[in-house]
Design a protein around this ligand. Structure first.
Ligand SMILES: *Cc1c(COP(=O)(O)O)cnc(C)c1O
Ligand SMILES: [Zn+2]
Length: 415
């Protein structure tokens, strides 16, 4: 059944398979077996991390097998949690362009600037990566119904991949989510609940469904494989930059899956002996309207308090509380990074600037990373001789509400 979901048949050289061995608690270290349904730690309730036999994985990497495989995130099969490539539920997620942005780079006076443009992913955001991995694992373990609270994009992706896997998705999202995200969930015929509130309220709704109906909870970081999908962004940066990781990565942070995931990827690359030397400094970017991680970082705290009255035009970072707040803070601090909040007006201006200067139709979360870069250059935290990667995590097409308010030109009558 799975092979029909794959755009390219598995190729002959896929003889080095996944080295997935099991899961381990990120905090207490408790081991959890790989052949059972896993959520979070049975001991302490914190997030689980997938573990691999990296000594075995390194052989496949050294032979460069990934280069001859499919052009999507599953090319890094050695460090992905699926032993049977035919079981992968895919729509072609990942392997997105790492764009040079010379006009912007010139204006900012930087030695190197790239935008990792995730807007071209299936369902228009990088949520496709995490959800492809999670749905693949869920189907392998016989799960038929999933529940997911979302700001919008994760719900759209879950609805699509669940449809493709023949599973039922229950999606709960804020009623004021951008309309295209609501429409996508309906297009894939998932069960949609609109919540008068935030993603945290949607989370309560889903928890009830999990308790009452036994749905599998795919909430951010309460399910261990979305992280594995998103970590591939780190492997792609490494491959696309020929093994020379950037000095600084700016990441629009909601639940933090991508940031924690990339940090895990860099650790795995180091353990495989494929990268030595300094790793990128990871920057958490949030809005001043919802900045729980920034507040916790600045207070020197290990956990973050939920943000009251969260508001932002960027739904992906309008997340009052992250389940893996401790892992986000740990990654940022270990990397020598920082957490920055940017004003809503600056987010909007920077989103438009990406379009005007570079032809990138960014999601506001992508714009937020550029606004944060402005701040960090002004403060001297990013130096002009550094190489910087911004993450545009979604497509501007998802945001009709942010389009230009300039009046349309009058139609002309063509004689
Ligand atoms: C979900 C989302 C984010 C935040 O991603 P996390 O990895 O959960 O922090 C950022 N941007 C967009 C467009 C999103 O959909
Ligand atoms: Zn634990």
């Amino acid at each position: 059944m799975g092979s029909s979901a794959s755009p390219q048949p598995p190729q002959e050289d896929v003889h080095v398979i996944s080295t997935f061995r099991g899961l381990e608690c990120s905090i207490c270290g408790l081991a959890h077996p790989m052949d059972e349904v896993q959520t979070f730690c049975r001991g302490c309730g914190r997030a689980l991390l997938a573990r691999y036999d990296l000594q075995a994985a390194r052989k496949g990497f050294q032979q460069g097998l990934y280069r001859r495989r499919r052009n999507d995130m599953w090319r890094y099969l050695e460090v992905m949690p699926v032993t049977d490539p035919a079981a992968i539920v895919t729509l072609g997620e990942g392997w997105t362009p790492l764009l040079q942005v010379p006009r912007l780079q010139g204006q900012l006076g930087l030695a190197g600037l790239w935008v990792k443009d995730e807007g071209g992913n299936p369902t228009g955001s990088f949520k496709a990566r995490g959800i492809s991995a999670a749905i693949t694992r869920a189907r392998q373990l016989g799960i038929a119904e999933i529940g997911i609270p979302t700001a919008g994009n994760a719900g759209a992706a879950s609805a699509a991949y669940a449809a493709r896997a023949g599973m039922t998705a229950h999606v709960a999202m804020p009623a004021d989510a951008p309309r295209p995200m609501i429409d996508e969930v309906r297009a894939y015929d998932a069960d949609l609940t609109l919540v008068d509130g935030l993603i945290s309220d949607a989370g309560k709704w889903i928890r009830q469904g999990v308790a009452d109906h036994g749905w599998f909870d795919m909430s951010t970081m309460k399910e261990p494989f979305r992280l594995e999908g998103k970590k591939t962004m780190g492997y792609e940066l490494w491959e696309q930059l020929d093994g020379h990781l950037p000095d600084v990565i700016l990441y629009p942070t909601g639940g933090g899956t991508g940031l924690i995931g990339m940090w895990k990827a860099f650790e795995e690359l180091a353990q495989m002996g494929l990268h030595d030397g300094p790793r990128p400094r990871m920057v958490v970017v949030q809005s001043t309207g919802c900045a729980p991680m920034v507040r916790a970082f600045e207070a020197g705290a290990e956990r973050a308090e939920p943000w009251q009255g969260a508001a932002s035009l960027a739904p992906g970072i309008r997340v009052p509380g992250a389940f893996a707040d401790d892992l986000i803070l740990r990654a940022v601090r270990q990397s020598g990074g920082v957490a920055v909040a940017v004003e809503e007006e600056a987010i909007l201006e920077a989103t438009y600037r990406l379009g005007r200067l570079e032809g990138i139709d960014a999601a506001p979360e992508g714009g937020a990373t550029l606004a944060a870069l402005d701040k960090l250059l002004a403060s001297g935290w990013v130096r002009p001789d550094e190489r910087v990667v911004l993450f545009n995590t979604g497509s501007g097409l998802k945001h009709p509400e942010l389009r230009s308010t300039k009046p349309l030109p009058e139609p002309v009558t063509v004689p």
